[in-house]
Ligand binder design. Structure first.
Ligand code: ADP
Length: 623
């Protein structure tokens, strides 16, 4: 980076030079044009009178002007040559057909001339050209700027970090073990491509790191380069999108050319969503440019030979808006989730960042990790740094627990604005809610098993989540499986009602999903007894049926709509009853598992099943 102030000064100097030059040129041009010449301008009548009087010796007749000399009888000196001597007078020419005859008659020598004030004209033209050139050059310099402005078309602004520049290792990234495991393969390939080539294995070209800001995606990408000992070329998606169509595409081409020259290497594109948004989405002007850039990126990713050692890592926190073409095989066909860390992850991250900071012995990392639910890696790094700053300000040599507590308040204030930090009551509610989903799903079985329950806020909307994976590829679902899913969806709300005494707004999206599902069961799959095995049309809203009856379009529309509604209600309420029974029967288990979940923040499927089993066995022994 150049210092912007230096740029500014240079600019100002250039501008004043330019202004001075322009004024000077203007003055010269004006002088050339309007300076009173040595020659007197005569009125035509006067000129004619002097010819008649025989005082004129010679004239030069131009298109617009007549210039001439008087006779000089007194000096007796030889007449100066016409070309050199200064002229005596000038006349603006008027239409006078008799002039030539008169001149002949009076013995005046005369000649014609292409009448141009060529000197002043060419001077003006030359100087304007010069001025234009200077201004043009200055403008180009301005636009290009010292760090590559808008006119540096082909230059990608990828910062090429040499091998030695990347000092980040996997050890510096904590709390994202799954992501590290997935990326380890990339490292191995970069280290020893031959081994993979021998087997003919195809290595991923693009890996998409998905996760909220500050969770360490950039850091991970760097660590991959660092571990493999290859150059790391990084660029942000927004840097590609320029105001000129074609610039972004040229930049992409250039980036990949550069990468190719340094292969094996890592190319890291941050904010992929800035350029990889679904094409044809909006009518904005910048669209064409973005599409071209995206197309070029696709071409480049397809273009490089399978095993050439350039691996593209990209980061986004909005994978859902990416163009589907980007996610096809051979492009970003691998996605690695980099989520906010859970409690043990946070502890690990805190440890990483406290390596370089002196901490007083009273600092309890465990408590700190427990108190920072929802913090991303960057927030934790920030927390430690703030603590150290506070200590330094006090003049202390190490940060104490109190410093870190104060730092936490500061960081949390900023964090609350960006993401959610839950109160203890809210966390408890989220834990019971998610457990409700998970346990009902687990007990009723159905087509999928719970793989993870978490109360770490994820993305923008969800406060916690339960992940379920289908046990096998399924194309058909039976009615009982659908009913089980419905019950599991409602399990969250039921758990809140049962164990916390009342429900909360957190169940709103569950309810709408459940209603949609029940509606599909009634109107599409014919799973309602009263309505029977008829399809009421795909994608048709129940409201449509009501509307039809209102306008007299269908005889039974109104009744049918009511019936559909009541059948949906019946399905939902019976699913709710099933969920309630499941949870009521396992009250003690729910409480003990919830306590563990609150402490650990996430449980995987196997752990959940084991705990459920132990708790149930304990219950059975008691009775
Ligand atoms: P992202 O790219 O996901 O927005 P960054 O990788 O830029 O996040 O993270 C910013 C900083 O936060 C890092 O430089 C690092 O100091 C810290 N950080 C974030 N996540 C982690 C992590 N998992 N382990 C250690 N430090 C982290």
């Amino acid at each position: 980076m150049t210092d912007p102030r230096t740029d500014d000064r240079r600019d100002r100097r250039a501008r004043s030079w330019l202004a001075a030059l322009t004024v000077l040129l203007g003055a010269i041009v004006l002088l050339a044009e309007f300076a009173p010449g040595a020659t007197a301008v005569l009125p035509y009548s006067e000129f004619r009178a002097r010819v008649v009087a025989g005082r004129v010796a010679s004239v030069t007749i131009g298109d617009r002007m007549i210039r001439g000399r008087y006779r000089r009888p007194t000096t007796g000196a030889p007449a100066p040559t016409a070309a050199r001597a200064p002229l005596d007078f000038e006349v603006v020419r008027v239409a006078d057909p008799q002039l030539v005859a008169l001149l002949g008659e009076k013995g005046v020598t005369f000649e014609g001339a292409a009448d141009t004030r060529w000197l002043s004209w060419s001077l003006t033209a030359g100087l304007s050209l010069l001025a234009a050139l200077l201004v043009g050059r200055w403008l180009v310099q301005r636009l290009q700027g010292p760090s590559g402005g808008v006119l540096s078309f082909g230059k990608s602004r990828g910062k090429v970090a040499g091998e030695k520049d990347v000092t980040v290792r996997f050890d510096d990234v904590a709390g994202v073990d799954e992501a590290k495991r997935e990326l380890l393969e990339v490292v191995e390939f970069l280290r020893d491509a031959e081994r993979f080539k021998r087997v003919g294995a195809r290595i991923p070209r693009g890996v998409l790191l998905v996760g909220p800001p500050g969770t360490g995606k950039t850091l991970l990408a760097k660590a991959v380069a660092g571990e493999a000992g290859v150059p790391f070329i990084s660029l942000s998606g927004s840097e590609f999108v320029e105001m000129f169509v074609g610039v972004g595409a040229a930049r992409v081409r250039d980036l990949f050319e550069g990468a190719q020259a340094q292969a094996p290497c890592i190319v890291f594109i941050d904010e992929l969503d800035a350029l990889g948004r679904t094409r044809g989405g909006s009518a904005m002007g910048s669209n064409e440019e973005r599409e071209q850039t995206l197309n070029q990126l696709l071409v480049e990713m397809d273009g490089f030979a399978t095993n050439n050692g350039v691996i593209v890592l990209a980061a986004t926190n909005r994978p859902e808006i990416l163009d589907a073409a980007l996610l096809r095989p051979g492009r970003f066909d691998r996605q690695v989730l980099v989520d906010r860390p859970d409690r043990s992850g946070r502890l690990a991250i805190l440890r990483v960042h406290s390596r370089t900071v002196s901490l007083a012995p009273d600092v309890d990392m465990e408590t700190l990790a427990a108190e920072t639910t929802g913090y991303a890696g960057a927030d934790l790094a920030n927390l430690i740094n703030e603590g150290a700053l506070l200590a330094a300000r006090r003049g202390a040599s190490a940060a104490t627990g109190a410093d870190l507590q104060e730092a936490m308040e500061r960081v949390a204030a900023g964090l609350e604005r960006r993401s959610r930090v839950l109160t203890p009551d809210e966390r408890r509610r989220v834990a019971y809610h998610e457990l409700g989903h998970a346990l009902v799903g687990e007990v009723l079985g159905g087509a999928s098993r719970v793989t993870k329950v978490s109360i770490v806020p994820r993305g923008l909307g969800a406060l916690g989540y339960t992940l379920k994976r289908p046990t096998e590829d399924r194309y058909l679902l039976t009615e009982s499986e659908l009913r089980a899913q419905l019950a599991s969806l409602l399990g969250g709300r039921v758990a809140e009602a049962l164990f916390l005494g009342e429900v909360s707004t957190g169940a709103a999206s569950d309810l709408s999903q459940a209603t949609e599902m029940a509606r599909a069961m009634v109107v599409e799959f014919g799973m309602s007894e009263k309505i029977g095995a008829i399809s009421l049309g795909r994608g048709r809203q129940i409201g449509d049926w009501g509307m039809m009856s209102e306008h007299g379009g269908s005889e039974h529309g109104g009744d049918l709509a009511d019936l559909v509604d009541s059948e949906i209600r019946l399905l939902v309420s019976s699913a709710e009853a099933v969920a309630r029974k499941v949870l009521e029967d396992r009250g003690a288990a729910v409480h003990s598992i919830a306590a563990t979940l609150l402490e650990r923040e996430h449980l995987d499927g196997a752990e959940l099943r084991a705990m459920l089993e132990t708790a149930m066995r304990g219950d059975a022994e008691k009775t």
